[in-house]
Design a protein around this ligand. Structure first.
Ligand code: C2O
Length: 351
């Protein structure tokens, strides 16, 4: 059975563990709504192009900052508006920290939804960013607004983009590791202080995750996860397990009780950098689907109904609750956006 959309009126507390192993509870549920409509992708009139974060013009940075500022303001003025900053952050917390539990047959354990560590990882985050981007566009009255991607797979982009560090900016977040604010991102958790070595290591890691390590589509996408699945049977794909998680850990603040913000699922969405990071994760999926031929994986498509019909709920840019399916998010261009083309220096890092 494909994962079915959560019942918002049964949403419960989310939980997470601190670094000291203390279990914490936190409310992350979205407002519920009487009506849920099946989301239909709007016709694409103009392709939005997500730019590499290190290439933004001052005007673009201004607009991006403005959009996040509006989202924060919306939260202050209307805390219940699902498009506000905290509400958007809490989507991640609810889908990843156990807020959505489903009743199962008597005698069976209840099923708790977790969108990480499986083939749901790319589709869930794609939809999450899709609506987040549209909401930002709506808030600044610019429907062409496209979310930049943190190009951490390219030496030119292997730092936190500097406009995230300006403490006057809406893009700033104080819960980040102070030692890493200007360091080369360390995709291999090496802890090395030699930047050249980290860069080289990063490139071979990306090559490996994108090309070499995957024997089949599940190696990249993650293992199957269905309604009632036991989390222990699923498993993450190469990018989710590796570079993606490394970036979370790299930015999260080790002085905080649970690695906040980026270092923990429940708080990750509170750092605007999360979405810029995931925009690149999303780009990695597109590159893998369309740009990297592979002899090892002649067919990259997963055709199981359990995958294609899995569905989630989101609030769209008009604050309407909609149901979306995995099937409808497999092609980014039909969703109306694409990525700025950049070189892929890691392609030369075949071991
Ligand atoms: Cu939902 Cu990068 O995690």
């Amino acid at each position: 059975e494909p994962v079915s959309p959560p019942q918002l009126d049964k949403c419960g507390l989310s939980t997470y563990n601190t670094n000291k192993g203390v279990k914490m509870e936190v409310p992350c549920c979205p407002p519920s709504s009487e009506t849920i409509t099946k989301y239909k992708l709007p016709p694409v009139t103009q392709m939005k192009i997500r730019p590499a974060a290190q290439n933004l013009t001052p005007e673009y940075i201004y607009k991006y900052n403005k959009a996040i500022e509006c989202m924060k303001q919306l939260q202050k003025d209307h805390p219940e508006d699902p498009r506000g900053f905290m509400q958007q952050a809490n989507i991640h917390c609810a889908y990843c920290n156990g807020a959505y539990t489903y009743d199962t047959k008597p005698g069976k354990d209840p099923f708790t939804l977790q969108v990480h560590n499986s083939w749901l990882f790319f589709p869930f985050h794609r939809w999450y960013l899709y609506f987040y981007e549209r909401i930002l566009g709506e808030l600044i009255g610019d429907p062409t607004f496209a979310l930049p991607f943190w190009n951490w797979d390219n030496p030119k982009g292997m730092y936190i983009p500097e406009y995230f560090l300006d403490c006057r900016s809406a893009l700033h977040d104080c819960k980040r590791n102070p030692d890493n604010l200007k360091a080369v991102v360390d995709l291999g958790f090496t802890g090395s202080k030699n930047p050249d070595q980290v860069v080289t290591n990063n490139l071979s890691i990306v090559y490996n995750e994108m090309v070499a390590a995957n024997a089949d589509a599940y190696g990249f996408m993650g293992k199957p996860y269905c309604q009632g699945s036991n989390e222990k049977e699923s498993g993450p794909g190469s990018v989710e397990r590796g570079s993606h998680t490394a970036v979370h850990v790299f930015v999260g603040d080790p002085r905080e009780p649970a690695g906040e913000d980026l270092g923990n699922f429940y708080s990750a969405g509170r750092d605007p950098l999360f979405f810029c990071h995931h925009s690149n994760v999303d780009r990695m999926w597109t590159l893998w689907q369309y740009y990297l031929p592979s002899d090892q994986i002649p067919d990259k498509r997963i055709t199981s109904r359990d995958f294609l019909e899995a569905s989630f709920l989101f609030y769209n840019e008009k604050a309407e609750l909609v149901r979306v399916t995995v099937e409808d998010c497999l092609d980014n261009r039909s969703m109306g956006y694409d990525f700025e083309q950049c070189d892929l220096p890691w392609l030369d890092y075949r071991p």
